[in-house]
Design a binder for this molecule. Sequence first.
Ligand code: NAD
Ligand code: DAU
Length: 342
Amino acid sequence: MAAQQGEFAPTSIIVTGGAGFIGSNFVHWVVENQPGVHVTVLDALTYAGNMANLDGIPADRMTFVHGDICDAELLDRVVPGHDAIIHFAAESHNDNSIADPAPFVRTNVEGTFQLLEACRRYDVRFHHISTDEVYGDLALDDPARFTESTPYHPSSPYSSTKASSDMLVRAWVRTYGLRATISNCSNNYGPRQHVEKFIPRQITNILCGIRPKLYGDGRNVRDWIHTEDHSRAVWDILTRGRIGETYLIGAYGERSNIDVLRAILQRMGKDPDDFDWVRDRPGHDRRYAIDPSKLMRELGWRPVHTDFSEGLDATIAWYRDNEGWWRGAKRATEERYARQGQ
Ligand code: NAD
Ligand code: DAU
């Protein structure tokens, strides 16, 4: 689609964390939908990064840089000449942040700081990918949803580092006039999500003959969105969002964990009670819920993947068809969970 007058129309972008789950889905989306855009992926290939996530991207559309966002000298070599950085790279898993918060502070806070400084040095547009978890949680019986003006109240080491990075972005906009935007999205699902996360963990447990594991009382609510809808929202904000603004991304997808687990069990031909209750996550947020009306009103964004059952079936099929992609990570992940009693 051609850019409208007044729109930001980048031709050369850096995607940090582009070998991870959401970052790689965004790279595929840009390559398929924005033919004039070249993507540089900057990724450290931690346990969560996987080059196979970028399979199928034509060589003339993407350059891969293996490196750390905390490395200021590397950023001096990579950033000049690009129009924008879309910053997905992070340590992203709450349970890991509880077991060992140090890499979260380093990558999520220090890494974001280094990227902001590089954008300032080279006058590059910045879009920061954040999470609804910065707002803390809502009660199950509270009709409210998070909005852009909800006060920050993060609960976990992960969400507090994401909240810190959001604050850095806001300060760089106000103090240095950096051209930046922030989006805070709810729980993503879809292909290529690491098997440590809830939906892929349960699907691959069933495929391996392991009983799914549910934390606490299973009534915690997450607000699910398909990762492709997230990608399109990020592009809309990057190109048409107002500088300095925050946009919440969500698709009215609230579901309790036990309902999601039972849907997976049923769709995979299992008994709905065929799972184990396990130790709860310390500080476990009760409910997330996004009000996406600003994004819809200002930018006209709408989710396309509105049928959760259909999205779940496609996700189950993806894990069935791509066992080679997850088999190695599965063993290491389940060993780690077993040590934590989960
Ligand atoms: P992920 O863990 O699947 O991928 C993270 C990627 O970042 C990996 O490729 C990893 O190698 C890379 N990375 C980590 N540390 C790095 C470093 N120091 N330098 C360079 N690369 C590094 O994460 P995800 O689930 O795809 O999440 C992506 C972003 O979206 C994160 O910022 C996360 O906070 C945010 N987010 C995630 C969700 C969700 O549901 N997963 C929802 C809202 C927001
Ligand atoms: O809300 C956005 C956030 O969603 C992102 O910022 C995070 O990066 C992303 O990991 C995700 O965080 P959650 O903690 O909500 O996702 P997770 O997949 O770890 O867990 C989803 C819910 O399922 C949560 O209530 C914990 C529960 N759970 C998780 C696992 C792994 C279980 O009951 N059993 C499990 O085995």
